[in-house]
Design a protein around this ligand. Structure first.
Ligand code: ADP
Length: 861
C-alpha cells in the first residue's frame, strides 16, 4: 500500500523499485538519505547512526544518511565490499518547482564501473566482464571503464576455463543473463568473489557500430552487446572513450591455469595475496601507470608466437646496449601521466584544469622521448612513429591553461592571459579597478589624515572604507555614507566607490563565467583527441614494459634465451628470479637443467628443504619470462616454446571451497593430465603425499607412467618415495636427479645443487648420524631399513616385525628399567592422540614447529 506514505517516500519507493540490488542514495538537500532495509544495512556497513522518520504510515521508517560532500568516501567503502550504489539526484531546481522536486538516478556505481577513488589501483586494470552461455560455448567480454579498453573471446570448452579467464583478468563484476545457471553464478561468487549483475537487453544500438567493427562472430557480438547495454544503462552518460573491441584468441597465448598462476606466485604471493614477493613485483621497473598495467597483462598472457617474442627480445637488446639513452628514457617516461585513465575521465566529463596541465606536461615529453628513441634507431624508427605527439593539443593546452590552476573549475583563475580577448578585457577592468581602489585608499588617507583608513570588501556590503571609532571626527561631513558599525570601527561608502564597485564586480563575474565556458571548450577539444591519446598510451606503455625488461635483465645479469623446435631445454646456471633477489645473489646456488627427447621426465629426490621445489619453479618462471620477451636468470638458455604450464606445488589448500588438500591435489593433477600436450611443461611436487604411503606411491607411479607414455610433456616430478627412483629402468625417458647435502663442521649443510642420479637412500639415517642421535638408535634404524628393503623385494606388505614384540608402535626401544613400561606407553599414547588431533591445515610452519617441539619435550620428559 504505497498511498499511505508521504509523497516523498512514494517517490523514493518508485525509484527504488528499479534498483533492488543497490543502495539507493536519495538526495535530500545536503544529504543522501537511505530508507527501510537499505538504511538498516547501510548503517551497519558504514557504521553510521540509524534513525527513523515519519513517512505517513503508522510505523516510523528506518533512515540513515551521509552528507553530500563526504559521500564519495562512503560510496568507496560500499563498492570495496562488492555492493552497488545508485545515485539519485534532484533533477529540477527546487526554487523553481512547486510540489515535489523530480528525482532520478543519474548513475549506478558498481565495483566494475568505478572511474576513480580508492577502488582503483594505479598499475591494475579494473575489469567488468560479461558471460553469455551458448550451447557448447561461452562468450566472454570485458571492459575497463577507466581506460576504455574492450575485449571479447569465445571459449569452446568447459566452464572451468571461463572461471580461469575471469580469475586471470580479475573481474570485479560480471554481467550475465537473468536465466544464467545458478551453479555457475555460485562458482563466480565463491571462486572469483565477483559481484553479479543482470542484463537481458541484447538489442544492438547504433552507436555500437564503430566499437564492433572488427567483430563478426555473432556469439561474440552478443557477449559484448550485453556488456555495453549494461554499461550505458547504468552509467547514463557519454562513454566516448570506449575503444573498438578487440578479440582475444586465448589459444594464441601460453595457458597457465589459475592454480598454477597462484602456485608460481606470478602476480601475487600465496600467503599474503599481495604483489610483494611475486614475479610481477620483481619485474616491475615500469615508470608509468599504463606500463605497469600492460606488464601485468603480458605476464598474465605469455606469448607463443616466436616471431613476436623475438621482436620484443630485439627491442630489449637495443635498450640494454644503449644504457645512457635508456636512463634518459626512464626519466622522461616518469613524467608521463596516466593518459588512458585521463582520456576516460575526459569522456566522463570529470577532469579539472590540473589534469589538463598534467596532460600538457606528458605531451611535452613525447617529442623528447621520440628523439631519444630515434637516436637508438630502435626498430628502424617504427616505434618512434607510433608515438603521436598530438601537437595541436599540446599547443592549445600551452596557450589556454595557466600552470598552477585551482582544483575548482567554476571559480576562475584557470585560463591564461592573452588566450581570449574578451576575457582579457574583463580582467583589465577588474585589475584596473583594483589599482584604482589602492589609489583611492591612498588618496583618502591623505585627505582625511587617517593613516589606519583602509578599503575592504565583503560579500554583503561590497567595497567599503573602514575608519576606527577614534578617527571618526576627522571625516568630512556628508561625503561618507555609513553602511555598517563594528565594535571599534565604522564602514562607509562613497558614490565614486559604489560606481567602481559595480564595474569591478561585473567584470569579475563575467570573467569567471567566461573562464568556465572556455575551459569546457578546451575539454571538448581534448575529447576529440581521445582515440589518439589512447594510441599514444599504448605505444608509451609498450616502450615502458620493454625498458623495464632491459633494466631488470641488465641489473640482474639475465641472458637472452634462444628457442628451439626440438623440445630441448638447456639452462646453464639457472636461478629462481625472486628467491635469488630476496636472498642476496651470492648465496643463491645456480643450477643447470638439461632435458631433451631422452630426458622428458626428471624425477627429483632429496631431503626436505634441499631446494627441489625452488628448482622446479625456477624452470617454469624462466620459461614464462622467456615467453613474455624478457631475458632470463641463467648464463645460457635454450628453450622450447611451451603451450601450457601446469603445476601441483605445495599445500595451496582450497579451504574456501571446502575440498580436502588431497582432493585439490588430485583435481590439479587431473587438470594437467587431461589438458597437457607434449609441448607443455608439468611440475608435480610431492604428488600423492596426502594419502597413505602405498596408496600415494601407487598413484604417483601411475601418474608418472601415464605422463611418460601418453603425454610426453616435459615434466619435473619431485618425490620423497625413494622407491620410485627405480622407474628409470623401465621408463626410457625418465631420468633421476637429486639435490644433495653435506656435512660441514658437524652440521648438515644443504648445497641446493642438483646432481644426476637418485638421492642416497640411506640419506635420512646418515643425517641422523651427523646430528649425533644415539648410536643404538642409528643401528636400529639401519636394521629396520634393511628389513623394509627385503620385504619390498619379496613384495609383501606384512608390517615389519618389531624388535620387542610390544603392540605399541612407537616403543621399539628398550624401555629403561627404572620406569614402569605401562606408564610410558600410556603417556606415549596420549601424545600420539594429541598428534592425531592436530589440525595441520590451520597452522603456519612456525606453529607446527612449536607444537612438534612441545610434543617432543613431553616424550623426552
Ligand atoms: P624442498 O622443495 O626440497 O623442500 P625448497 O625448494 O622449498 O625445498 O627450498 C627450501 C629453501 O632452500 C628455500 O626457501 C630457499 O631459501 C633455499 N633454497 C632453495 N634452492 C636454493 C638454491 N638454489 N640456492 C640457495 N638457496 C636455495
Amino acid at each position: 500500500m504505497m498511498s499511505q506514505y508521504t509523497p516523498m517516500i512514494q517517490q523514493y519507493l518508485q525509484v527504488k523499485a528499479d534498483y533492488q540490488d543497490a543502495f539507493l542514495f536519495f538526495r535530500l538537500g545536503d544529504f543522501y538519505e537511505m530508507f527501510f532495509d537499505d538504511a538498516v544495512k547501510a548503517s551497519q556497513e558504514l557504521e553510521i547512526t540509524l534513525t527513523s522518520r515519519d513517512g505517513g504510515s503508522s510505523e516510523r521508517i528506518p533512515m540513515c544518511g551521509v552528507p553530500y560532500h563526504a559521500a564519495s568516501n562512503y560510496i568507496d567503502i560500499l563498492i570495496e565490499k562488492g555492493f552497488k550504489v545508485a545515485i539519485c539526484e534532484q533533477v529540477e531546481d527546487p526554487k523553481k518547482t512547486k510540489g515535489m522536486v523530480k528525482r532520478e538516478v543519474v548513475q549506478l556505481i558498481t565495483p566494475g564501473t568505478k572511474m576513480d577513488g580508492k577502488g582503483l589501483v594505479e598499475k591494475e586494470n579494473n575489469y567488468i566482464a560479461s558471460i553469455s552461455d551458448f550451447e557448447g560455448s561461452f562468450g566472454i567480454a570485458y571492459t575497463d571503464l577507466s581506460t576504455g579498453e574492450n575485449h571479447v573471446s569465445l571459449i569452446t570448452s568447459s566452464f572451468d576455463l571461463v572461471l580461469n579467464e575471469m580469475a586471470t583478468i580479475g573481474a570485479k563484476e560480471i554481467v550475465v543473463h537473468s536465466q544464467f545457471k545458478d551453479n555457475y553464478q555460485k562458482q563466480l561468487i565463491e571462486r572469483i568473489h565477483a559481484t553479479i549483475s543482470i542484463e537481458d537487453d541484447l538489442t544492438e544500438k547504433m552507436d555500437y557500430q564503430n566499437l564492433l567493427s572488427d567483430i563478426s562472430n555473432q556469439e561474440m557480438r552478443i557477449s559484448i552487446i550485453r556488456l555495453l547495454n549494461y554499461l550505458f544503462r547504468t552509467q547514463k552518460r557519454s562513454l566516448d572513450h570506449l575503444q573498438p573491441v578487440s578479440e582475444v584468441e586465448i589459444n594464441q597465448f601460453m595457458k597457465i591455469d589459475y592454480f598454477s598462476k597462484r602456485n608460481l606466485e606470478i602476480t601475487e604471493t600465496i600467503r599474503s595475496k599481495g604483489k610483494k614477493g611475486s614475479l610481477l613485483w620483481l619485474l616491475d621497473e615500469t615508470m608509468t601507470a599504463m606500463g605497469g598495467r600492460l606488464l601485468k597483462q603480458w605476464l598474465d598472457r605469455p606469448l607463443i608466437d616466436q616471431k613476436e617474442i623475438e621482436r620484443r627480445q630485439q627491442l630489449v637488446e637495443t635498450l640494454i646496449e644503449r644504457f645512457f639513452e635508456r636512463q634518459d628514457l626512464r626519466e622522461k617516461l616518469k613524467e608521463v601521466y596516466d593518459l588512458e585513465r585521463l582520456a576516460g575521465r575526459v569522456a566522463f566529463g570529470n577532469v579539472n584544469a590540473r589534469d589538463l596541465i598534467q596532460l600538457k606536461y606528458s605531451l611535452q615529453q613525447i617529442p623528447i622521448i621520440r628523439q631519444i628513441l630515434a637516436q637508438m634507431n630502435i626498430e628502424n624508427g617504427k616505434i618512434v612513429e607510433s608515438l603521436d605527439p598530438c601537437e595541436e593539443l599540446t599547443d592549445l593546452l600551452e596557450r589556454a591553461i595557466i600552470d598552477n590552476p585551482p582544483l575548482s573549475i567554476k571559480e576562475g583563475g584557470i585560463i591564461q592571459d592573452g588566450y581570449h580577448q574578451e576575457l582579457d578585457q574583463y580582467r583589465d577592468a577588474s585589475r584596473n579597478g583594483k589599482n584604482w581602489l589602492a589609489a583611492l585608499e591612498q588618496e583618502e588617507r591623505v585627505k582625511t589624515g587617517i593613516k589606519s583608513l583602509k578599503i575592504g570588501y565583503n560579500r554583503v556590503f561590497g567595497y567599503y572604507i573602514e575608519v576606527t571609532k577614534s578617527n571618526l571626527h576627522l571625516l568630512e561631513d556628508g561625503r561618507y555614507e555609513r553602511k555598517q558599525t563594528l565594535a571599534n570601527a565604522e564602514r562607509f561608502i562613497t558614490p565614486e566607490l559604489k560606481e567602481k564597485e559595480t564595474l569591478i564586480l561585473q567584470a569579475e563575474e563575467k570573467s569567471v563565467e567566461l573562464e568556465y565556458d572556455l575551459f569546457v571548450q578546451v575539454r571538448e577539444f581534448v575529447k576529440e583527441f581521445i582515440p589518439r591519446l589512447q594510441n599514444l598510451a599504448k605505444a608509451v606503455s609498450e616502450i615502458d614494459c620493454l625498458q623495464c625488461f632491459a633494466t631488470i635483465s641488465e641489473a640482474r645479469h639475465y641472458v637472452k634465451p634462444k628457442f628451439n623446435h626440438e623440445r630441448k631445454i638447456v639452462i646453464k646456471e639457472g636461478r629462481h628470479p625472486v628467491v635469488e633477489k630476496v636472498m642476496n645473489a651470492q648465496e643463491y646456488v645456480p643450477n643447470d637443467c638439461l632435458m631433451d627427447s631422452d630426458r622428458e621426465l626428471l624425477l627429483i629426490t632429496g631431503p626436505n628443504m634441499s631446494g627441489k621445489s625452488t628448482y622446479m619453479r625456477q624452470i617454469a618462471l624462466t620459461s614464462i619470462l622467456a615467453q613474455i620477451g624478457c631475458y632470463v636468470p641463467a648464463s645460457e638458455a635454450i628453450l622450447p616454446i611451451f603451450d601450457q604450464v601446469f603445476t601441483r606445488i605445495g599445500a595451496a589448500d582450497d579451504l574456501i571451497s571446502g575440498q580436502s588438500t588431497f582432493m585439490v591435489e588430485m583435481l590439479e593433477a587431473k587438470n594437467a593430465i587431461t589438458n597437457a600436450t607434449k609441448d607443455s611443461l608439468i611440475l608435480f611436487d610431492e604428488i600423492g603425499r596426502g594419502t597413505s604411503t602405498y596408496d600415494g606411491m601407487a598413484l604417483a607411479q601411475a601418474i608418472i607412467e601415464y605422463i611418460h607414455s601418453r603425454i610426453g610433456a616435459k615434466t619435473l616430478f619431485s618425490t620423497h618415495y625413494h622407491e620410485l627412483t627405480i622407474l628409470d629402468e623401465s621408463l626410457k625417458q625418465l631420468k633421476n636427479v637429486h639435490v644433495s647435502a653435506i656435512e660441514q663442521n658437524g652440521n648438515v649443510v644443504f648445497l641446493h645443487k642438483i646432481k644426476e642420479g637418485p638421492a642416497d637412500k640411506s640419506y635420512g639415517i646418515h643425517v641422523a648420524q651427523l646430528a649425533e642421535l644415539p648410536a643404538e638408535l642409528i643401528k636400529r634404524a639401519n636394521e629396520i631399513l634393511s628389513q623394509l628393503e627385503n620385504q619390498d623385494s619379496q613384495e609383501t606388505s606384512t608390517p615389519i616385525k618389531q624388535k620387542n614384540q610390544s603392540s605399541e608402535q612407537l616403543s621399539f626401544f628398550e624401555v629403561p628399567e627404572s620406569k614402569p613400561k605401562q606408564d610410558v606407553s600410556s603417556k606415549e599414547k596420549k601424545i600420539v592422540d594429541e598428534l592425531k588431533n592436530i589440525n595441520l591445515l590451520e597452522m603456519n610452519p612456525l606453529q607446527a614447529m612449536n607444537t612438534l617441539y612441545e610434543l617432543q619435550k613431553k616424550l623426552k620428559g
